[in-house]
Design a protein around this ligand. Sequence first.
Ligand SMILES: O=C(O)CCC(=O)C1=CC=C[C@@H](O)[C@@H]1C(=O)O
Ligand SMILES: [Mg+2]
Length: 329
Amino acid sequence: MTVSLAELLATARVVSLPLSTRFRGIDTREALLLRGPAGWTEFSPFVEYDDGEAAAWLRAALDFGWADPAVPAGAPTSIRVNATLPAVEPERVEAVLARFPGCRTVKIKVAEPGQTLADDLARVSRTRELLGPDGRIRIDANGGWNVDEAEHAIHALAPFDLEYAEQPCATVDELAHLRTRVKYMGIPIAADESVRKADDPLAVARAGAADLLIVKAQPLGGITRALRIIAEAGLPVTVSSALDTSVGLSMGAYLAACVPELEYDCGLGTAALLAADVTEEPLLPRDGAIGVRRVEVSERLLDEHAASTDRTQWWLDRLARVHAIVAND
Ligand SMILES: O=C(O)CCC(=O)C1=CC=C[C@@H](O)[C@@H]1C(=O)O
Ligand SMILES: [Mg+2]
């Protein structure tokens, strides 16, 4: 997809959205939005990512804004989503979950820097109490444990009935090792960073290091590329967000709609973690699901949440540098 930088700059808008709950160490989410011939699209690699890593996110933005996704006939028009619970104290679990009405699955952040396994146990225990025995609980450690710590933690958390453990360790080798160690507990291992931040997103599947993959549209270069990875991996997937605005979430919802079999609820309910969005009709979870649709942004909200002049310039400069990389594809 070749689109000139001038065409991108003509519609680019940068926003800074407050989060309702601190998540992955940030309180505001910055994003650059673009309008292509097919509709609004999003370029929002996290600010610490270098230009090489951000290139996949721009490919995704172009893929979604400059062509309509090829949704198969009979694809779902709404997608079941999980609640996403940041590493909050047990007293706050109920209030966070209230933002995800109807969700039967909760993904809980664990192994947060500065916290202990006791904090994780308290958070998971409170969640199980609120969800009841039929709800599904998955945990996400973002690679925060070594193999011994992960085995110990998963064993300690197993009585709360885990659907799976996402990226318990950082490397593919560790995941492979851990997977053999925890097999007897029957808790599947999911790979997230080992897919979206790897040079080869299929290496973890080839190594037999995971039971399922977390798949995100922006970091994997867009819907078409993500679907190819899913097909080649041959593993079940959870489609998840990158803490996008509702525009990026709509890209994720279309990806989910295109996946032939969705066994797991998708991590696409994260508009509920934003205290503001760019559209009057955000893709918030309702009855445990979000719709598969394009999102129209609101000029009023773009203005209200416009990033500062400095931050806007930073994003426009980043867009120009990353565009130069993608233009050479
Ligand atoms: O999967 C979900 O429930 C929501 C998305 C989510 O958890 C994440 C989004 C963006 C960045 C990540 O740190 C985080 C993740 O690790 O999965
Ligand atoms: Mg994750």
